[in-house]
Design a protein around this ligand. Structure first.
Ligand SMILES: Cc1cc2nc3c(=O)[nH]c(=O)nc-3n(C[C@H](O)[C@H](O)[C@H](O)COP(=O)(O)O)c2cc1C
Length: 330
């Protein structure tokens, strides 16, 4: 049985990728993940703001972000709060490369073109096999329309892909007006693949203290459904690779993401909940499903449930939407 897959042009022994998270901070833990069967690992992100600050010779949090005001700069973590400084990050890439045999994907996190994108070349020089560029941002500026926001993102991608020879995947938010067009534009800008989707951190309100409460809840399988929809729609159109991230918790979730067209399936919450060794349980579950359904390789069923044969996915979705609403009676 062949679980091998090609992701971003890299050969992976299986599609199970440990997603960007603290798991790559320790060579020992990364080794456990590799031993449990991980096909690749994505390191936590190095942020645009961290790199900007370093490039301007700052060692604390003042003046973060060229265009931000003094108050905004105080929102950012102090230098010491970041788990990895830029230098430390480069050393960690080299350490992981020295420890692991699976591909190591370094992660950059930023969305505006700037000097920080040069850091991609340093990731490459440190030995990273690929880069995941996370375009996380909340478009909260009432003066900038969607096309301006996206133009900055595309230019950022162009600069990163233009400065390295290793493949670059782009991790996207689900909140684009036209995700298929945007994914194709990213590909045009040099992206070797797209990772669907960023999971937005959503702060809650404390209604007694009238305070905003920062919170990071781990995902559950219900979050995968949004990914399945867009993987199915984008997969027939994109030449490059697709990865699912968000809501993958059991072997069925992994199978679904691959059926929708994913070349790789990223796992974070499930491994934080159950520990690195749980990867081998997930692998066994997918193998069993393949035996039960008589599949000899992942390639045989990848994309089998995408919307390749659907001439008009928008009409298909709209029809299903109407049908499901009409089916309810009170
Ligand atoms: C503790 C934690 C740290 C994370 N750090 C990063 C990060 O540095 N960069 C990034 O792109 N995503 C980061 N993520 C997001 C994950 O890579 C992933 O996209 C998200 O958790 C959804 O996948 P899941 O449902 O498997 O958790 C982090 C998630 C968690 C829970």
């Amino acid at each position: 049985m062949k679980l091998e897959t090609s992701y971003l042009g890299l050969h992976l022994r299986n599609p199970f990728v440990v997603g960007a998270s603290p798991f790559g901070d320790s060579g020992h833990v990364a080794r456990q993940l590799q031993d449990a069967g991980a096909g690749a690992i994505v390191m936590r992100s190095l942020f645009e703001e961290q790199i900007d600050a370093e490039q301007r010779g700052l060692n604390h949090n003042v003046e973060f972000g060229a265009e931000s005001h003094a108050e905004a700069t105080s929102y950012f973590p102090h230098f010491a709060e970041y788990q990895l400084t830029p230098d430390h990050y480069l050393r960690q890439i080299a350490d992981l490369k020295g420890t692991l045999t699976i591909p190591v994907i370094a992660s950059l996190n930023g969305c505006r073109p700037g000097g920080w994108t040069d850091y991609a070349a340093r990731f490459e020089a440190a030995g990273a096999d690929a880069i995941e560029l996370n375009l996380y941002q909340l478009a909260a500026d009432g003066e900038r329309d969607a096309s301006q926001v996206e133009a900055d993102m595309i230019e950022t991608v162009r600069r990163v892909t233009g400065s390295v020879r290793i493949p670059v995947a782009v991790k996207l938010s689900p909140f684009h007006t036209s995700p298929v067009q945007f994914a194709l534009a990213l590909e045009q800008a040099g992206a070797a693949g797209v990772v669907l989707f960023n999971r937005f951190y959503q702060p809650d309100f404390d209604i007694d203290e009238l305070e905003v409460v920062p919170r990071l809840n781990l995902s559950d399988s219900s979050e995968l459904l949004l990914r399945l929809r867009w993987l199915s729609i984008i997969s027939p159109r994109l030449k490059g690779s697709l990865a699912a991230t968000g809501g993958v918790h059991n072997p069925a979730d992994i199978v679904k993401a691959i059926l929708a067209g994913a070349h790789a399936v990223q796992l974070v919450s499930v491994l934080l909940k159950h520990g690195p060794r749980y990867l081998s349980t997930l692998l066994d579950g997918v193998r069993q499903w393949m035996i039960d359904h008589d599949y000899k390789s992942v390639g045989e069923f990848r994309g089998a449930m995408n919307l390749r044969r659907c001439p008009d996915p928008a009409a298909f979705e709209r029809a299903n939407y109407q049908r499901i609403l009409q089916s309810w009676r009170v």
